[in-house]
Every structure is written in structure tokens, then in C-alpha cells.
Design a protein around this ligand. Structure first.
Ligand code: GTP
Ligand code: MG
Ligand code: ZN
Length: 329
């Protein structure tokens, strides 16, 4: 990479950023620069929480990128309930998806786990699960799969669901079955969330907010109905929100989305998001093999031998097709 000359303005910015880092490294932070975590973003303002779990609504210094739930910030108190965010600490990771103009829309930051929530209604969509898994695998976030509303399907339908989800258990992913309505599986869910920072993702209407209410002592998250005509959720949660679990751990409820686009994933990277593909990568006849229909493809051989599931391979191919479209928009 060629070395670019920085403009005066850029140099000042770099200096400012370095000073912020110095401040962060300082254990005895001055009164004027306290650390806090972002618990909600309301557009022009954010809600932050200090180490005593007191909340403040804050304006944001202009030079700061948009903040999301889970961001660590340096801030200054102004009144009993308000303050100003001065700086954002570096993110260890973040979950992002492209918006309509293919710009990154960051959903949450500094997260340990992604809980991929699916349900009996709207129907189980393993393709969407696979997209979330790729996003999680490529950003170093541990995924956990949750199937909610087990009170709805009959035995036959439930067997079908179990069969479809067995592939994930086989890959070493944790799969948890729950019913927010009947309060079942909630202890397992609680155990998985213990002392971690987790984000709930999944289609609108699968019950993310309902599950959060089951985990908290009071119903705080707003829950919406599913439309009778379209069988889809109504996008009840519109803003991400961070909650504390009484049993330890934090969770971020995020708005449901119909399609989860992968952000900044190249065609070559997609295969690495499929954990079971990894041992075969680099063993195809062509070095630039994308494991679709190329001759001598080791992934396709593994599918034919039943080592890699057909369902996952088809899902992978769909992702490649969609990335081709997205990356050329
Ligand atoms: N039968 C049944 N219904 C449930 C269950 N969990 C949630 N629901 C219902 O599903 C609907 C949608 O629930 P929400 O919690 O709002 O779903 P969400 O995933 O937060 O949706 P968005 O905020 O739109 O992304 C509501 O009518 C809930 O009462 C469950 O375990 N069983
Ligand atoms: Mg919700
Ligand atoms: Zn190949």
C-alpha cells in the first residue's frame, strides 16, 4: 500500500484520536471523561449507562461515527439526566448489514454472541439462518440458534423442524427450543446468555421481544401481532435496545428484518462462513473455485459423498448468487 500524505485536518484528527486512546488507557479517568456503554440510539441522541447503571440521554460530538448499542464511549455529564458523548472507543467487533444504498448499517457492537431466533410462525427459514451464521463466523461472534413457538406445531411438524435443525447441531452449534408463550426452554436460554453480551436477530414476528420479556422480571419490550393476511411480523421493534439480565449478561433486542444482507463479504470469503467447508478449501482443481458447478470441486465431492449437507450447499450457492448481485449494485 502506498503511503499517503495526510492533510493538516487529518493529522489533527489522528492526534485527537490518539489522545482519546490515551484517555482510555488511563485508569483514573478525570471527572470530565467517564466511560459508559450505549444502550439505545434515538438518532440525534443516544442513551448511555454509566458504571452505576444510571442512564443519561446524550448529544454526540460531531466527529463521532453513528453509535450503536454496545458501543463504549467517553462522556461528560451535563445535568442529572443528560450529557455529551466525547469519543467512541474502538469496537472489538460489530454486526453490520447493508442498507438500501449498500452502505453499512451497524446493528450492534462489542458482542460475544448472536442469537439467531427463528420460529414455527413465520415459518422456519434455514437460508436466513445460514446468512446470519456467515455474518457471525466472519465477524468472530459465536452464534446460537433458537427455535421459538414450539407450542404451535404438531408432532409431525415438529419432527420436520428437528430434522432441518439437526444439521446445525451436527456442526457443533447450540440449538435451543423455546416457547415464550408457555415459558418453556427459558432456563436453557438464560444459561446460554449468562455473563455474555448477546444480540437477538431474526425475522419480524419470531418472538425476539417476547423472549426478552420472558427473561426479564417485568415486560419491558414491546410485542406486536403477526398479520393474519401475510403471516408476517409487523416490525414492532424499531430501535435496538440493550437490556440487563438479572441472572447476569446483557442482551440487545434488534428490529426484525425480512432479508439479511451480508455486508462487505467477498465471493471468496463466503465459503469460510460455512464451518464445514473449511477443511476442503484450497483442495479444488481450480484455485479460484467458487464451489458452484466447477469441475474437480472438493466441496461438491463432499456433498455427493454426504459429508456436507445438500441443504447447506444450496444455501451457500444462493448466497454466492445474491452477493454477485449486491456487489455490483
Ligand atoms: N404461540 C406463540 N406465540 C408467540 C411466542 N412468542 C411470541 N409470540 C407471539 O408472536 C408475535 C410477535 O412477537 P414479538 O416478540 O413482537 O416478535 P419480534 O421478533 O420481537 O418482532 P419484531 O419486533 O417485529 O422484529 C406476538 O403476537 C407474540 O405474542 C410463542 O412462544 N408462542
Ligand atoms: Mg421485537
Ligand atoms: Zn470448489
Amino acid at each position: 500500500m502506498s503511503k499517503r500524505k495526510l492533510t493538516k485536518q487529518q493529522q489533527t484528527r489522528v492526534k485527537q484520536q490518539q489522545q482519546t486512546h490515551l484517555q482510555q488507557a488511563d485508569i483514573d479517568l478525570p471527572q470530565s471523561g467517564q466511560r459508559a456503554i450505549v444502550t439505545a440510539n434515538h438518532g440525534k441522541t443516544v442513551v448511555i449507562e454509566d458504571s452505576d447503571r444510571q442512564s443519561f440521554t446524550c448529544n454526540i460530538r460531531q466527529n463521532i461515527d453513528s453509535l450503536v448499542c454496545g458501543d463504549h464511549v467517553i462522556w461528560q455529564q451535563e445535568t442529572d439526566t443528560t450529557g455529551i458523548v466525547l469519543a467512541m472507543e474502538d469496537r472489538t467487533n460489530f454486526l453490520a448489514r447493508p442498507d438500501r444504498r449498500q452502505q453499512a448499517k451497524v446493528v450492534a457492537a462489542n458482542i460475544d454472541q448472536m442469537l439467531i431466533i427463528s420460529a414455527a410462525k413465520p415459518a422456519l427459514n434455514t437460508r436466513l439462518i445460514d446468512r446470519y451464521l456467515v455474518a457471525a463466523e466472519l465477524s468472530g461472534i459465536t452464534p446460537v440458534i433458537v427455535f421459538n413457538k414450539i407450542d404451535l406445531p404438531d408432532n409431525l411438524q415438529m419432527n420436520d423442524v428437528k430434522e432441518q435443525l439437526a444439521v446445525y447441531t451436527g456442526l457443533g452449534y447450540q440449538v435451543i427450543f423455546t416457547s415464550a408463550k408457555q415459558d418453556s426452554g427459558i432456563t436453557n436460554l438464560q444459561a446460554a446468555l449468562q455473563d455474555k453480551i448477546s444480540v437477538f436477530v431474526g425475522q419480524s414476528g419470531v418472538g425476539k421481544s417476547s423472549l426478552i420479556n420472558s427473561l426479564l422480571p417485568e415486560d419491558v419490550a414491546r410485542v406486536g401481532e403477526i398479520s393474519d393476511s401475510t403471516q408476517k411480523g409487523r416490525h414492532t421493534t424499531t430501535l435496538a435496545q440493550l437490556y440487563h439480565l438479572p441472572s447476569g449478561g446483557n442482551l440487545i433486542d434488534s428490529p426484525g428484518i425480512r432479508e439479511f444482507g451480508l455486508w462487505q463479504v467477498s465471493l471468496e470469503q463466503a465459503a469460510e462462513g460455512f464451518v464445514e467447508f473449511r477443511p476442503w478449501l484450497g483442495k479444488c482443481r481450480f484455485r479460484n473455485c467458487l464451489h458452484e458447478d466447477e469441475p474437480g470441486c472438493s466441496i461438491r465431492d463432499a456433498v455427493e459423498q454426504g459429508v456436507i449437507s445438500e441443504q447447506r450447499w444450496q444455501s451457500y450457492r444462493r448466497i454466492i448468487e445474491s452477493l454477485r448481485v449486491d456487489n455490483h449494485k
